[in-house]
Design a protein around this ligand. Structure first.
Ligand code: FE2
Length: 351
């Protein structure tokens, strides 16, 4: 408890000092496409790569968080899809977690995901850095995780976070037998709800490994689940910019969305704002569909494709919510409607 408090206070101080140097331009309000009917919505930001030596990247991150906050319906969750820090250092974690906690609203679930950079990118000590990730996640986001995988039910939908467990190779989604067994149980329970299930991993699904060997087991499990249920798999890692024709796929038997690097910058010094800077996604869940919309959080606009259209994809659900029947107001005694009078008493009767 004392340790969590100390982490939170010191991180707030570090983030506050760093944020003083970040540009504060008030973001404009925006909203989901159909606020009346939207059952649930959440934002996804991937590959922030927060690093003490790159202030321009931190400025982009801070400005994007301000836009995330401005959605009028609020966020039912915000997902950080891994590589949230560059090296998993304590100071980087303080900057990342401090900014998230200070800018985003306190009452919404935050779901962090472990990426290869968060656990050393094959240069640090993955076991130590994974423990640090758990400590920060628990101290800031009210969780009690001891593994890089966990799940939460939000608005009836199941949110599943997968994570790498190997200390030998941080570039693969190394899953233990225990993680597969756990996932199997979570999917079985999610199937009972008939609601959309969202899976988040820093890595593409074909990067999954079991006992150090590539495996199709993850893909097979999710494809099987998606035959009768609605599963969506989100990943980052590739740093490919967001475009409809390559970021949104369903080759494996379930929809996948590849999120770009949020803090994408250009120039030799990695410090120039470019067209792909600050892009993530907003996911909207309706009774009969899920819509994934690209969001330019940096500029406070929807992500636009080269043809001028918004980069968005609609998925019709296999298990739509039953339509609500209109409430019938019971008629008063004597059980037949009394016709409304149309005669204006002030009007003289003409013969
Ligand atoms: Fe990355």
């Amino acid at each position: 408890m004392l340790k969590s408090f100390a982490i939170r206070v010191s991180s707030a101080v570090v983030a506050a000092v760093m944020m003083l140097a970040a540009a504060f331009v008030p973001a404009r309000n925006y909203d989901v496409r159909d606020p009346e009917d939207c059952l649930l919505n959440f934002s996804i930001l991937s590959d922030s790569h927060i690093e003490t030596t790159n202030l321009p990247r931190y400025r982009v991150f801070v400005k994007c968080l301000q836009d995330v906050r401005k959605i009028e319906s609020g966020n039912d969750a915000v997902v950080f899809l891994g590589d949230n820090t560059m090296n998993g250092q304590v100071l980087e974690n303080m900057m990342f977690h401090g900014a998230v906690r200070m800018i985003l609203k306190k009452d919404q679930p935050i779901l962090p995901v472990v990426g290869n950079h968060d656990i050393g990118n094959d240069e640090g000590d993955p076991a130590k850095l994974r423990k640090r990730w758990c400590d920060f996640t628990n101290a800031f986001f009210g969780k009690n995780v001891t593994t890089p995988y966990y799940s939460e039910v939000i608005g009836g939908c199941t949110f599943i976070v997968l994570g790498p467990e190997s200390n030998a190779d941080t570039f693969a989604l190394s899953m233990s037998e225990a993680q597969f067994t756990w996932l199997d149980g979570v999917l079985k329970k999610a199937a009972e709800s008939k609601k959309p299930t969202f899976v988040f991993s820093h890595y593409p699904p074909d990067d999954a490994e079991l006992n150090g060997e590539p495996t199709d087991r993850l893909i097979d499990m999710m494809a099987e689940f998606n035959k009768e249920n609605d599963l969506f798999y989100f990943y980052g890692h590739t740093h490919m910019p967001l475009y409809l024709f390559w970021s949104f796929r369903d080759d494996d038997g379930f929809p996948t969305v590849n999120l770009p690097r949020l803090t994408e910058l250009g120039g030799g010094e990695d410090n120039e704002i470019i067209g792909n800077t600050g892009v993530g996604a907003v996911v909207e869940v309706y009774g009969d569909r899920v819509i994934v919309r690209g969001r330019d959080f940096y500029r406070g606009e929807w992500r636009i494709e080269s043809d001028g259209e918004v980069c968005e994809k609609r998925y019709d659900l296999k298990n739509p919510e039953p339509k609500k029947t209109q409430e019938i107001t019971p008629l008063p005694f004597p059980f037949f409607p009394v016709p409304e009078t149309t005669t204006d008493p002030a009007e003289p009767i003409k013969n």
